[in-house]
Design a protein around this ligand. Structure first.
Ligand code: GUN
Length: 292
């Protein structure tokens, strides 16, 4: 069994990006600038956005964090998005999800200039992705592809089962794994809350990508010997023995599933750090495209 070490690979990618940034600086060019908008004070979201900003510093990017209160109106957020769309200093930006109830997520995603949409959530970019056109690929699916590629995990002709159909992970992942090329060329089954007899489906899978958010959902008896297991779950579970009072738990019962898996991602240290690295990669791409 091989651990797909997202922490190590994400550090390799950050080193590669930092080297590109150094070249830009040496040539006197402007370095990439990522902005992140966060609305409200959800603890997990604040942690993720904080990590994204810290990662920018690590590779030499400029970063801007825009914090807006929980009571921000939709108009106020749309105005802020317009400002970032029009600001030539900003190469790419994200609006951290989820958003408070008073704000319509679809309106927000549509308001982001697709050329600055480094999350790849705008319908233009999502559509381009589905049509195999060059675009920003959502960071978590992009990170999973990169892990599979760098470890040389075969995907061609394999049966990939995706658990969860979120717009951020499951849905794009199901499209990407079925695309022509590597990683891709898989036969994909997308499962969700209405799927019947999920064990029958997962136990036939060569590759399982679980993006459900239910701790320890995927048990050893649901997995066939030699399967590749990608765990996207990052649920906070109360744990008074930890300094923060919680620990992060994945969707996979790692202790038992790892005995059957050929490759498996740990939580933490698997897909999570890859998401951040690929957001940086998209921002670098956005910067390069602004020069064209
Ligand atoms: N919330 C959870 N994952 C993500 C992500 O990749 N991007 C944004 N903007 N919000 C998220």
């Amino acid at each position: 069994m091989v651990i797909l070490d997202g922490k190590k690979i994400s550090n390799d990618i950050k080193d590669e990006i930092a080297a590109e940034v150094k070249k830009m600086k040496d040539k006197g060019e402007k370095v990439p600038h990522l902005a992140a908008i966060i609305v409200g004070n959800d603890g997990a979201s604040l942690t993720y956005v904080g990590s994204k900003v810290k990662a920018c510093e690590r590779v030499g990017f400029e970063s801007t964090l825009v914090q807006m209160s929980n009571t921000t109106s939709e108009i106020e957020l749309l105005d802020k998005i317009k400002e970032l769309n029009e600001n030539p200093e900003i190469d790419g930006f994200i609006v951290q999800l989820p958003l408070p109830k008073q704000i319509n997520e679809q309106k927000v995603l549509l308001a982001v200039n697709p050329d600055k949409d480094v999350d790849g959530f705008h319908p233009t970019n999502f559509g381009k992705m589905a049509l195999d056109m060059s675009t920003f690929i959502p960071a978590t699916p992009f990170g999973i592809l990169e892990l599979l590629e760098r470890y040389g995990v075969e995907t061609k002709g394999k049966h990939t089962v995706v658990i969860g159909r979120s717009h951020i992970v499951g849905r794009p992942m199901s499209i990407l794994m079925g695309r022509k090329g590597f990683p891709g060329n898989s036969t994909v089954t997308l499962t969700h809350s209405h799927t019947k007899n999920i064990t029958q489906i997962t136990s036939q899978a060569d590759i399982i990508i679980s993006a459900l958010g239910v701790p320890n959902f995927l048990k050893a008896e649901m997995v066939k010997d030699g399967a590749v297991i990608i765990d996207v779950g990052i649920t906070r579970v109360t744990d008074e023995t930890r300094p923060r009072g919680y620990r992060i738990v994945g969707d996979v019962d790692f202790a038992n599933v790892c005995k059957k898996a050929s490759y498996i991602t740990p939580v933490p240290g698997g897909v999570g750090p890859m998401t951040i690295a690929m957001l940086l990669k998209n921002t670098l791409l956005a910067r390069e495209q602004h020069n064209l």
